[in-house]
Ligand binder design. Structure first.
Ligand SMILES: Cc1ncc(COP(=O)(O)O)c(C=O)c1O
Length: 418
């Protein structure tokens, strides 16, 4: 299969803002993509344009009609991007807020008594919502333990936790701490067998930038992303809900349309950036397929991203040219193990007896941005069972280059020699 090569990476980088220079702190290599991906230039232009338009949607004038049509187009582009032929998209304050809203509404629309099933691999956004609402509804919260060594959750581990009174199931598509992906369809198949009417809600926030969302194949009821982690910008989240969840009782304005999940006036420009993301994925996909169909192009882009990111994380782990990889350094431990087929563009590691903050601070001084994950309410679910206080998270995207990995590895070598 053809791959993203040196000259295509250069073209890709031209399409993004602040690729090698931060407007606040100057030149840097950006390996903090799990904290927020780079923004497309087109998304910036779109945001700027719409931010200055005072008109509101739903008025009878040309400007207002255009705003409505822009949102309509963005929703139809989201359908292609997510491969969602049914259901509905809507916007919320953030990924976290949307996960809370979906879980809350799914629970309150369900019959009394029963359980919510989630996994210890999840981000606290979905876990907190599920625990809070299982308490409110007097449900039992059931936790599916993740595989601590591999940093994943196996589908079959959900099996014995699901019963016919399971009302809601939560799944994380990829962990922002271990970096490992989850097989959504395998889990939903297990859930549907025992609890066909349970609502299945997926947190796709970490996975979204790493190649391929295919809602049609998942058999789920909710999927949430944070657009700033998928080449758009901060300030909003996007959710998809199945027809069944959309049409179930939910928070809405009295006497308003019964299937509407939007709460208040939407930011047209924010919606419009999702068309930019879709167009970008199609542009990239055309490098790998001659198909005219947008969805085929998006799938081709997704496959190319996965392939490229695998090569990049392998370079981080095993070295490149004559540079040692992380696995060659003494005392380095990798979350999930080095050889892990579930990895999605992220490597978390520690050097035994060395505070991760020191490594992150050193790398930062070398112009390489990574992040310390601490054993706190965000990452304790992953780090505490390992007995780790912290780790260094190196998170890449398909616009990062091999030269950036080389700079990272030589800086790590210098750190180890100190
Ligand atoms: C898997 C996952 N879920 C939820 C969140 C929370 O997202 P946000 O802060 O955009 O609401 C994050 C953020 O890192 C995440 O990675």
């Amino acid at each position: 299969m053809p791959s993203i090569d040196h000259s295509l990476v250069s073209e890709i980088r031209e399409r993004f803002c602040n690729v090698d220079k931060c407007p606040i702190s100057g030149e840097r290599i950006f390996f903090e993509n799990a904290g927020g991906a780079l923004t497309l230039r087109s998304a910036l232009e779109t945001s700027t344009k719409f931010a200055a338009i005072p008109d509101n949607q739903g008025r009878d004038n040309f400007a207002s009609h255009t705003l409505n049509n822009t949102i309509k187009k963005a929703k139809s582009d989201l359908r292609i991007l997510f491969n969602a032929q049914s259901g509905e998209f809507f916007m919320g304050e953030s990924g976290t807020e949307l996960l809370f809203r979906l879980i809350r509404n799914a629970v309150t629309a369900s019959p009394p008594g029963g359980s919510i099933v989630g996994t210890s691999l999840e981000h606290p956004a979905s876990r907190s919502a599920a625990k809070k609402w299982s308490g409110e509804m007097k449900y039992t919260y059931v936790s599916v333990p993740h595989d601590i060594e591999k940093g994943i959750v196996e589908a079959e581990n959900y099996a014995d936790k699901i019963s016919e009174t399971t009302r809601v199931v939560t799944i994380v598509h990829a962990s922002p701490v271990t970096g490992m992906g989850t097989k959504i369809s395998e889990i939903s198949r297990i859930v549907r067998k025992k609890a066909p009417s349970a609502f299945i809600i997926v947190d796709g926030i970490q996975h979204a930038a790493h190649g391929g969302i295919d809602v049609e194949s998942y058999d789920i009821d909710g999927y949430v992303i944070s657009p700033y982690k998928m080449f758009s910008r901060h300030g909003f989240g996007i959710a998809w809900v199945s027809d069944r969840l959309r049409n179930s009782p939910h928070e809405k304005l009295d006497d308003g349309p019964s299937d509407n999940w939007e709460l208040g006036t939407r930011d047209t420009g924010a919606y419009a950036t999702m068309s930019n993301v879709k167009d970008y994925m199609c542009w990239l996909g055309k490098e790998f397929t001659t198909e005219e169909d947008s969805r085929a192009q998006i799938e081709a882009a997704g496959a190319a991203i996965q392939d490229y990111e695998k090569k990049m994380t392998n370079a981080i782990l095993y070295g490149v040219d004559n540079l040692k990889g992380l696995t060659d350094f003494e005392e380095v431990e990798i979350i999930g193990g080095a050889n892990n087929p579930s990895r999605e563009g992220l490597v978390s590691f520690r050097i035994k007896e060395c505070p991760s903050e020191e490594i992150v601070r050193y790398l930062n001084r070398q112009g390489i941005r990574t992040h310390t994950r601490k054993c706190d309410h965000y990452s304790g679910n992953i780090l505490a069972p390992l007995g780790w206080d912290d780790c260094v998270r190196v998170s890449i995207c398909h616009y990062n280059t091999q030269n950036e990995v080389k700079k990272f590895l030589s800086s790590m070598a210098a750190f180890a020699d100190k």
